[in-house]
Design a protein around this ligand. Structure first.
Ligand code: UDX
Length: 429
């Protein structure tokens, strides 16, 4: 998110210094290489490196002195109890406080619990070497992985939370190019801006969980969840997005933000029971996929299972919170041998699942070779075009679990597969 913000703001015509404490990362980025997969980002970084508006460095002090606005985009990973770890935010704020030489606008981009902006104000005041004026702004970012650059450049809205008109004007000016496409600005208080981000993610996750539960019901009555979702989506009070059923949502935001929201609600005596339930439904959706594979294969010990897709969604190499990784781990623990293929996420998978019973394969056909069942966990586009007869002849038994409903059930069954989709009528007994 930091890199997308930096490169995109440079592209807006601003001079941007991107700072990270990891010297290796800075060196890689300075040479124009983006060390992860994100559509269009490397081109954007290189273009703005060449025109001199984007620089990378580990020198926080020099960058802060040269800038009026400082965006904080550090990670807020989960602590073991599920709360966001704000130590990186605190560390960067302490460093900032020491080197602020003039009025600064300090903007939080990272998703942080409500109250964090006030805490940053306090910390800056406490830790300043000499008193310098500053304003804190909450400017949550809504970009999605895989379409991050596009989302940043064409947001549905820009949210600016602040209690100073001067700071609002400065941040608005930064986003001025977006006014060309009439992007709405929501100007509000710090606390409201912080909550908006959680409200959006929790609501979207709720939609996904809603359709997943509806899918489970569809399976039991022989109905088709896609027709349900389509008809729902055509109601313009509901809209069609985020109604794709699957093995449960993952990623670095939805699961973490729901836990944080639920906790904030408990702490502040405003329980977020819907968020709490969505967390539970999402876990059960994963369990359901696992149990179905186990049930259909009559146990998992020494069973060979192919997995297509490991990333939490297509077009990213990110496996954080991925249902594929969670379920793969459980299958391995239950004694299965896994052959997996993903177009981008295999190096990251190997880092977290270093198990000799997990074989990472060069393509889908190798992953299907000799398996008792094949599971489509992530809907990468290339899976739509795989040669199913070839896949079938490679498999030991033609059992196909299609969690993302990539295939047409009738066509696949006509080829002789025993096919299980999500929320669509199952195979005849
Ligand atoms: C999300 C938010 O969309 C974004 O605004 C925020 O800034 C960060 O979190 P991201 O995590 O990149 O973005 O992924 P997103 O496309 O929202 O998908 C999240 C998860 O939900 C994925 O695992 C995806 O497979 C799942 N999903 C999404 C579904 O199962 N069904 C859907 O209909 C939509």
């Amino acid at each position: 998110m930091g890199l997308v913000t930096g490169a995109a703001l440079a592209d807006f015509g601003l001079n941007v210094h991107c700072i990270d404490s990891d010297a290796q990362k800075i060196e890689t980025l300075s040479s124009g290489t983006v060390p992860f997969y994100e559509t269009g980002l490397e081109e954007l970084v290189n273009c703005n490196l060449r025109n001199g508006r984007l620089t990378f460095s580990t020198d926080l002090e020099a960058a802060v002195r040269a800038s009026r606005t400082v965006f904080i985009a550090v990670g807020t990973p989960d602590l073991p109890d599920g709360t966001p770890d704000l130590s990186q935010v605190d560390a960067v704020v302490a460093a900032l406080a020491e080197c602020m030489d003039d009025y600064k606008v300090v903007v939080t981009k990272s998703t942080v619990p409500v109250g964090t902006a006030r805490r940053i104000q306090r910390l800056l005041r406490e830790k300043q070497g000499r008193p310098v004026r500053f304003d804190v702004v909450s400017n949550p970012e809504f970009l999605r992985e895989g379409s991050a650059v596009e989302d940043f450049m064409r947001p549905n809205r820009v949210v600016i939370g602040a209690d100073s008109e001067k700071a609002v004007a400065i941040v608005k000016e930064i986003y001025r190019p977006l006014t060309l496409n009439e992007t709405p600005f929501v100007i509000t208080s710090l606390e409201t801006a912080e909550l908006i981000k959680y409200a959006c993610n929790a609501f979207l996750a709720t939609r996904v969980s809603f359709i997943n539960e509806m899918a489970n019901l569809c399976e039991n009555v022989g109905a088709d969840v896609h027709h349900v979702a389509r008809a729902m989506g055509l109601d313009d009070r509901i809209g069609p997005r985020f109604l794709q059923p699957g093995p449960g949502f993952g990623g670095s935001c939805f699961p973490k933000d729901l836990v944080a929201l639920a906790r904030t609600g408990r702490q502040l005596d405003a329980p977020q029971r819907l968020a709490e339930t969505v967390i539970e439904i999402n876990q059960r959706q994963r369990d359901r996929v696992f149990s179905r594979i186990e049930g259909e294969l009559g146990g998992l010990k020494r069973k060979k299972i192919g997995i297509l897709g490991l990333a939490f969604k297509p077009n990213t190499d990110d496996i954080r919170g991925a249902p594929a990784i969670h379920i793969c781990r459980r299958l391995l623990e239950a004694g299965a041998v896994i052959q997996a293929y993903d177009p981008a996420a295999m190096p990251n998978t190997r880092r977290v699942l270093n198990d000799r019973n997990l074989v990472l394969c060069p393509d889908a056909y190798a992953a299907a070779d000799g398996v008792d069942a094949l599971w489509i966990a992530t809907e990468w586009k290339e899976f739509r075009n795989i040669d199913l007869p070839q896949i079938k002849s490679a498999m030991q038994a033609p059992v196909l679990f299609d969690s993302r409903n990539v295939f047409d059930p009738e066509k696949v069954r006509a080829l002789g597969f025993r096919y299980f989709g999500t929320g669509r009528p199952g195979p005849l007994p």
